[in-house]
Design a protein around this ligand. Structure first.
Ligand SMILES: *Cc1c(COP(=O)(O)O)cnc(C)c1O
Length: 948
C-alpha cells in the first residue's frame, strides 16, 4: 500500500502513523485511503481534482510568512474608542489563560463534572458583570456589543410574549456598528426602530423599549434616569449599553432602574484583535433571568451535596427549543470571558478603580490642555473620550497624529475624537496635543469631568475571590488550580460528534498574540492594517476554493451567526427578484438546533421535513412539502454529511428538488471535516453554507468560544454578503447590513486557520479528511458489537462520526446514556455528544488528530463499560449501586467508601493508571440547580463542607 503523501506539518497534525493507517484499513477491509473514500463518498458529489491551494509550508516558513504579513500592520497607539480600547493584558493571564492549552483546548462545559475550573472562572465573570451593572443576573457570554444589543431587542419582544409591537427607540449616540447590527436584527424580524438622539432630547415616543448609550460613543456622560422612567411609565423596558470600565467610576444602570444592560468586556485585558474576539455581556433585573440568551453558569450540588457549578437553564437552549429558542447563540466567548474575569480577579475593586481613575484623569488633562490651547471641547462631562471642535481642520489633525504613530478618530470635517485608555501615557497626550497644534502644552491633572451626581458610591467586587489573588504567585496558582480541575484536549481525546475537537497546533496559535495582529484597532485606516486584510482576503479565497463557492465573508463570529447571515442573503436574493412571499425554511427533523433558531431570527417560518428509516432526509416528504409551499419556499437547511454522520446518497437530488420549487439550498458546513478535499458543497448543489473555523479549521474551542462562522455563497448571492458601515473596503459598506460589530468579526484569530491551511496544503487537507473518516469507521467497527452503530451508508460505512445506540441497553438494564457518559470520566475521557441528534445515543467523532493508541484506549474503555452494563444486567452488580449509576467517582468518596463494589472497580477500572484524571466533584444534580437559581459567586461559606 502507498503511504499517503504528507507534508512535514500534516504528519504532525494527523495522529495515526502510516503503518497504523494500514492496520486500521485492513481491519475495515480496504487497501488504501482512496479505496475507503471511494466507497464512502457518493460518486456523484466527488471532487476529483486537487484543491487549488498553494504548496504546503513547513512550520518555520509559515511563521515567516505570517511575520511578513504582521510587519505590514501599523497598530500604533489607538485612541479611536468606539467600543475598542488598548488594554494591558497582565502577562500572567496572557500566558496562563490565553496561551495555555489547558484553557483554550477545552470544550463547552456541558459535562460540568470535568469543567469545574472554567465554570468557576465564568461565574467570576458573571459576578463581576452583575456588580458593575448593578443587576442581579448576568450571562457568560455573548459575542460582541452589537449582537448583545440585538439580543436585547428580541428580549424586549419576548418579555411581552410577542404582544408589544410598538417600536423600540434607539439612541443615536450608540457606536455606529452597534446601531448597524441593531438595524440588521430588527429589520429581519420586523421590529420597527425609532431613532432618537437622547443627548439632545428626551424620550417622546410611545415605545416598547429603549436602547440607551451610557456613556455615549462620543464620550458624553448624561444621566439616563429620566429616559428609563419615561419608558417604564409607558410600560416598556430600558436597555442600557455600557462600558464596564466606565461603570467602575459611574453609578450603575441597575441603580437607575435599567432592566437590561449589555456591552463588551474587551478592555478588561482582552487585546483589540482588529475587532474580536471579545466577550460581550448581558445582565438583567429580577424576573427576566429566564429570558437571558446564551449561557448562564449556576450553582448546584453534586451527589454528595457538595456545591458544584454547571450551566443553568439548559432547557432554554436552541438545541432543545429549536424554533422556540430564545436566541441562536451556541458558541459564545468563553476564553475571553475567562480573561476578562481574571483581569477583575487580579486587579480587584481597588485596582480597577485606580485604572478607571487614571483613564479619566488622562482624558480630563487632555481636555483642559486643549482648551488652554484654544481648542473647543464639545462635551463638558465624559469618562474617557473627548471630542474637539476644529473647524475645517479635522483631517489634518488626524493625519498629523498618525504621523507620530497615534490613531485618532475623525468624526467629520470639523470634529476629532480622542479616547484614552489604560495604555495612555502623558507622552501620548503630548503627541496628540501637538497634532492639534497646541505647541507647548501644560499637562496638569486638574478637575474631574465626571458629573458629580453620577459618581459611583456603592461597593463593587466584594466577593473574596476579587481580593485573594493580588500577587502574581497567588494568581498563577489560582489559574493552575482551576485548569487542573478541567479535562481539555491537553489531557486526552474529546470525541464530540459535530464539534470536531482536533489539534490546535502551537504554530497556529502563536501569531495571535503578536502585537501587530493583537493590538490593531478595527477602525484604523485600511493601509495600516494591510497585512491583516491581505491575510483575511487570502483566507476568504482559500475557503471559497475548498467549498466550491464564489465568495466568502468571515464577518460572522460564530456558526450561528453564519447561518443568520446566509439566510439573510437568501431572503435578500428572493426580494431582489420580487419574490417577497418566499419565507418558508424547510429544516429536517435531525437538524442542529441553531438552524431553526436562525431561521426565525431571519424572519422565516420553519417547516420540518421528516427523516427516513436510516436517518436520511425523506425525499418523498420533501417533494410533498415543496409542492405544498411552492410559492412561499425560501430555502432548505441541510447538514452534509447529515447530523447522523452519513454521506446521504440523495443529496444532489435533494438540491434539485428544492431548486426546482424555487428554493435555495443552505448546506450547514459544520461537518466539513468529512468533505474537505473530497467534495465541495458549492459544487454539489449548495447555494450557501457557513463553516465553523473553530471546528474544521483548528481555532480552539476555548471552553465554549471564540469561534468564527464564515458564510460562503454562490455567485448569485455574493451581492448579499454582510456589509459594515466602517468596513475598510468602501465597496462593502452598504448592503444586507452588519451581522457582527466588527467588519471582519473575530479577525484576531484568523491567523489560526490561515496557518493551518498554509501548512497542510490541498493534499494535507484531503488526507486529513480521509484519516478522519478512517478513524470514525475504525471506532464504529470496534464498538459495533457492543453498541449498535445507528446509521451507516451504502457500504456499511459512516462518515467522520458515528452514533452509538444505547437505547436497547437502557431498556434492558436501566443504565442510561448519561450513566455511560459519566462513567467515561472515571476511565479518563470526555464524554461524546449525548442524545444529539437522537435521544439515548452517543455521537463519537474521533477526528484525524487522535493517534491509534488513543482511539484504542477509548474503544477499550467503551468495551469495558459494556461489560459493566452486562454485570448490571446479570445481577452481578446491585441494581441501584453500581459503578455506572454512581459515576463519576470523586476522590472524596475514598474517605468513606460506601459502595457495594470495590474501590478498584470504582476508581481504577481496567486501563486506568496512576495518571488518572480525578473529577473534583461527583455527579451534579441539574434539576436542583435550576430550581434554586444562583448565578453569581455564592458566599465562600457555602463551600465549607467540613464544618457543614
Ligand atoms: C456547531 C454547529 C452549529 C453552530 O455553530 P456555533 O459556532 O456553535 O454557533 C450549527 N450546526 C451544526 C451542525 C453544528 O455542529
Amino acid at each position: 500500500m502507498e503511504p499517503p503523501v504528507t507534508t512535514p506539518f500534516a504528519a504532525r497534525h494527523i495522529g495515526p502513523r502510516p503503518s497504523d493507517q494500514s492496520a486500521m484499513l485492513e481491519r475495515l477491509g480496504y487497501d488504501s485511503l482512496d479505496a475507503l473514500m471511494d466507497a464512502a463518498v457518493p460518486g456523484r458529489i466527488r471532487h476529483n481534482e486537487a484543491l487549488a491551494l498553494p504548496d504546503a509550508l513547513d512550520e518555520r516558513s509559515a511563521i515567516a510568512r505570517l511575520r511578513e504579513l504582521a510587519s505590514r500592520n501599523r497598530p500604533g497607539i489607538a485612541m479611536i474608542g468606539l467600543g475598542y480600547h488598548p488594554t494591558l493584558t497582565p502577562a500572567v493571564i496572557r500566558r496562563n489563560v490565553l496561551e495555555d492549552p489547558a484553557w483554550y483546548t477545552a470544550y463547552t462545559p456541558y459535562q460540568p463534572e470535568i469543567s469545574q475550573g472554567r465554570l468557576e472562572a465564568l461565574l467570576n465573570f458573571q459576578t463581576m458583570v452583575a456588580d458593575l451593572t448593578g443587576l442581579p443576573t448576568a450571562n457568560a457570554s455573548l459575542l460582541d456589543e452589537g449582537t448583545a444589543a440585538g439580543e436585547a431587542l428580541t428580549l424586549i419582544r419576548r418579555a411581552s410574549r410577542g404582544k408589544d409591537l410598538r417600536p423600540i427607540a434607539v439612541d443615536a449616540r450608540l457606536a455606529p456598528q452597534t446601531l448597524a447590527v441593531l438595524r440588521t436584527r430588527a429589520e429581519a424580524v420586523g421590529i420597527e426602530l425609532h431613532d432618537v438622539d437622547l443627548g439632545a432630547t428626551g424620550l417622546d415616543a410611545d415605545v416598547a423599549g429603549v436602547v440607551i448609550a451610557y456613556p455615549a460613543a462620543d464620550g458624553a456622560v448624561t444621566d439616563p434616569t429620566s429616559v428609563i422612567e419615561a419608558v417604564h411609565a409607558g410600560g416598556g423596558l430600558a436597555v442600557v449599553v455600557s462600558d464596564p470600565l466606565a461603570l467602575v467610576a459611574l453609578a450603575s444602570p441597575g441603580s437607575m432602574g435599567a432592566d437590561i444592560v449589555v456591552g463588551s468586556t474587551q478592555r478588561f485585558g482582552v487585546p483589540m484583535f482588529y475587532g474580536g474576539p471579545h466577550a460581550a455581556y448581558m445582565a438583567v433585573r429580577d424576573g427576566l433571568e429566564r429570558h437571558l440568551p446564551g449561557r448562564l453558569v449556576g450553582v448546584s450540588v453534586d451527589a454528595a451535596g457538595v456545591p458544584a457549578y454547571r450551566l443553568a437553564l439548559q432547557t432554554r437552549e436552541q438545541h432543545i427549543r429549536r424554533e422556540k429558542a430564545t436566541s441562536n447563540i451556541c458558541t459564545a466567548q468563553v476564553l475571553l470571558a475567562v480573561v476578562a474575569g481574571m483581569y477583575a480577579v487580579y486587579h480587584g475593586a481597588e485596582g480597577l478603580r485606580q485604572i478607571a481613575l487614571t483613564v479619566h484623569q488622562h482624558a480630563a488633562t487632555l481636555a483642559d490642555a486643549l482648551r488652554d490651547g484654544g481648542v473647543d471641547i464639545v462635551h463638558e462631562e465624559f469618562f474617557d473620550t473627548v471630542v474637539a471642535r476644529v473647524p475645517g481642520r479635522a483631517r489634518s489633525v488626524v493625519t498629523a497624529a498618525r504621523t507620530s504613530g497615534i490613531h485618532l478618530w475623525q468624526v467629520d470635517g470639523d470634529h476629532v475624537q480622542v479616547a484614552c485608555s489604560e495604555a495612555t501615557t502623558l507622552e501620548h497626550l503630548e503627541l496628540v496635543l501637538r497634532a492639534f497644534g497646541v505647541a507647548a502644552p501644560t499637562l496638569l491633572t486638574g478637575r474631574a469631568h465626571l458629573p458629580e451626581p453620577l459618581l459611583r458610591r456603592d461597593e463593587i467586587l466584594t466577593h473574596p475571590v476579587f481580593s485573594e489573588h493580588r500577587s502574581e504567585t497567588q494568581l498563577l496558582r489560582y489559574l493552575r488550580k482551576l485548569s487542573d480541575r478541567d479535562y481539555a484536549l491537553d489531557r486526552g481525546m474529546i470525541p464530540l460528534g459535530s464539534c470536531t475537537m482536533k489539534l490546535n497546533a502551537t504554530t497556529e496559535m502563536e501569531p495571535i498574540s503578536w502585537p501587530e495582529f493583537a493590538e490593531l484597532h478595527p477602525f484604523v485606516p485600511a493601509e495600516d492594517a494591510a497585512g491583516m486584510t491581505e491575510l483575511i482576503e487570502t483566507l476568504e479565497g482559500w475557503l471559497a476554493e475548498v467549498t466550491g463557492y464564489a465568495a466568502v465573508s468571515v464577518q460572522p463570529n460564530a456558526g450561528s451567526q453564519g447561518e443568520f447571515a446566509g439566510l439573510l442573503a437568501i431572503r435578500a436574493y428572493h426580494r431582489s427578484r420580487g419574490d417577497d412571499a418566499r419565507d418558508i425554511c424547510l429544516i429536517p427533523s435531525s437538524a442542529h438546533g441553531t438552524n431553526a433558531a436562525s431561521a426565525v431570527m431571519a424572519g422565516m417560518r420553519v417547516v420540518i421535513v421528516a427523516a427516513g428509516e436510516s436517518g436520511e432526509v425523506d425525499l418523498d416528504d420533501l417533494r410533498a412539502k415543496c409542492e405544498q409551499h411552492r410559492d412561499e419556499l425560501a430555502a432548505i437547511m441541510v447538514t452534509y454529511p447529515s447530523t447522523h454522520g452519513v454521506y446521504e446518497e440523495g443529496i444532489a437530488e435533494l438540491c434539485d428538488i428544492v431548486h426546482e420549487a424555487g428554493g435555495q439550498v443552505y448546506v450547514d458546513g459544520a461537518n466539513l471535516n468529512a468533505l474537505l478535499g473530497h467534495a465541495r458543497p458549492g459544487a454539489f448543489g449548495g447555494d450557501v453554507s457557513h463553516l465553523n473555523l473553530h471546528k474544521t479549521f483548528c481555532i480552539p474551542h476555548g471552553g465554549g468560544g471564540p469561534g468564527v462562522g464564515p458564510v460562503a455563497v454562490a455567485e448569485h448571492l455574493a451581492p448579499f454578503l454582510p456589509s459594515h458601515p466602517l468596513h475598510p473596503r468602501s465597496d462593502r459598506r452598504e448592503g444586507v447590513g452588519a451581522i457582527s460589530a466588527a467588519p471582519y468579526g473575530s479577525a484576531g484569530i484568523l491567523p489560526i486557520p490561515f496557518a493551518y491551511i498554509s501548512m497542510m496544503g490541498g493534499q494535507g487537507l484531503t488526507d486529513a479528511t480521509s484519516v478522519a473518516v478512517l478513524s470514525a469507521n475504525y471506532v464504529a467497527a470496534r464498538l459495533r458489537d457492543a453498541f449498535p452503530v445507528l446509521y451507516a451508508g451504502e457500504h456499511g460505512l459512516v462518515a467522520h462520526e458515528c452514533i452509538l445506540d444505547v437505547r436497547e441497553l437502557t431498556k434492558r438494564t436501566g443504565v442510561s446514556v448519561e450513566d455511560v457518559a459519566k462513567r467515561l470520566i472515571d476511565y479518563g475521557f470526555h464524554a461524546p455528544t449525548m442524545s444529539f441528534p437522537v435521544a439515548g445515543t452517543l455521537m463519537v467523532e474521533p477526528t484525524e488528530s487522535e493517534d491509534l493508541a488513543e482511539l484504542d484506549r477509548f474503544c477499550d474503555a467503551m468495551l469495558a463499560i459494556r461489560s459493566e452494563i452486562d454485570r448490571v444486567a446479570d445481577g452481578a452488580y446491585a441494581a441501584d449501586d453500581h459503578p455506572l449509576a454512581n459515576a463519576p467517582h470523586a476522590a472524596r468518596e475514598l474517605l468513606e467508601w460506601s459502595h457495594a463494589y470495590s474501590v478498584a472497580e470504582g476508581v481504577f477500572p481496567a486501563g486506568v493508571t496512576q495518571d488518572k484524571y480525578w473529577p473534583p466533584v461527583g455527579r451534579i444534580d441539574q434539576a436542583y440547580g435550576d430550581r434554586n437559581l444562583v448565578c453569581s459567586c455564592p458566599p465562600v461559606e457555602a463551600f465549607d463542607t467540613v464544618s457543614g
